[in-house]
Design a protein around this ligand. Structure first.
Ligand SMILES: Nc1ncnc2c1ncn2[C@@H]1O[C@H](COP(=O)(O)OP(=O)(O)OP(=O)(O)O)[C@@H](O)[C@H]1O
Length: 292
């Protein structure tokens, strides 16, 4: 069964299209990363999935229920971290835990305090008197303590330092390993997703491409070489992405080395020191989507 199923989704803001015909599914038990440049519609999609926004047309099922009519009992099974997450500023850490624990049948107090105690703040500390990253840690504690079946994280990284992000990745890893849990995550820190997701969704100009992470990281490739002075390359059917700094070229392609060599020869390019280089997910993201 799919945790999320989106069919022929169309959404516009005041006539301006975000997507016209989006379809994809997220199987239960998978960790799916939604990647897209700023303004491509990631948060809009999360808002539609949670029923906060009604799409122009199309069908979205979340844990089997229609997204714009989710029952309260189903909502309890979905942990949502919204972009720019909010905490009740007037509460203390302990009050936050007590308040939220009442709403969720599977609430796990230990998970909350395990994440929050790392800050070294007392339970009586007010949210108002915390830094942005510390508030994020409290909010993540609240979400993980819900022990949801489906976790939707819209840019969880806000304000978190590298150490806490790593820690949170460990927590997410254990969360998924423990059972039939699904994670749907967006992040601007693309390299984090490389350690976490098994499936990628690339959202670009209203179109979505779905691929297993492993397949993407092996089939998409990064090459580097030095071009002759004054030569300028362009993207084409073989060259999916390109970065050029002076004569130094970084090129992305689904082709093999031999395909690329003959393609470059056909373009009259004589590459010096052509080699395949290790590609991170962030490289691949830029290679596929471009910078701007
Ligand atoms: N309430 C709104 N009214 C009108 N346009 C909107 C509204 N919310 C978002 N948009 C537009 O819809 C598009 C998608 O926005 P959205 O916030 O979903 O993108 P995103 O992929 O989450 O971006 P980011 O990575 O910057 O967070 C953008 O062009 C944005 O300007």
């Amino acid at each position: 069964m799919n945790a999320i199923e989106v069919q022929n989704l169309c959404h516009r803001y005041k006539g301006k299209s975000v997507y016209e015909d989006l379809s994809f599914s997220v199987p239960r038990g998978s960790v799916c990363g939604l990647l897209g440049k700023n303004g491509q519609g990631k948060t809009t999609l999360v808002n539609i999935l949670m029923g906060f926004l009604k799409p122009v047309s199309g069908r979205c099922l979340v844990l089997g229920e229609n997204s714009h009519n989710l029952s309260p009992s189903l909502r309890k099974r979905v942990g949502l971290l919204h972009e720019g997450h909010q905490a009740y500023e007037f509460m203390t850490i302990a009050q936050t835990e007590t308040f939220f624990s009442r709403w969720y049948p599977d609430w796990n107090r230990d998970i909350f305090y395990d994440l929050v105690n790392r800050m070294g703040l007392s339970p009586g500390h007010k949210i108002r008197q915390m830094s942005c990253g510390q508030r994020s840690q409290v909010v993540l504690g609240v979400i993980m303590a819900q022990n949801p079946d489906l976790l939707i994280l819209d840019d969880y990284s806000m304000g978190l330092d590298a150490g806490y992000r790593r820690l949170f990745l460990d927590v997410l890893h254990d969360f998924v390993a423990a059972g039939d849990k699904t994670v749907f995550v967006t992040s601007h820190i693309v390299q984090d997703l490389e350690q976490l997701v098994d499936t990628l969704l690339f959202l670009d100009q209203g179109r979505i491409t779905q691929t297993p992470l492993k397949d993407f990281m092996t089939s998409f490739k990064k090459f580097t070489f030095t071009a002759e002075k004054g030569q300028v390359l362009q993207k084409d059917t073989v060259i999916t992405g390109l970065e050029q700094r002076g004569n130094r070229i970084t090129l992305y392609t689904y082709g093999e080395m031999d395909d690329l060599k003959s393609h470059l020869a056909g373009l009259g390019i004589r590459p010096k020191d052509l080699q395949q280089s290790p590609m991170s997910l962030e490289d691949g993201f830029i290679g596929l989507m471009g910078k701007y």
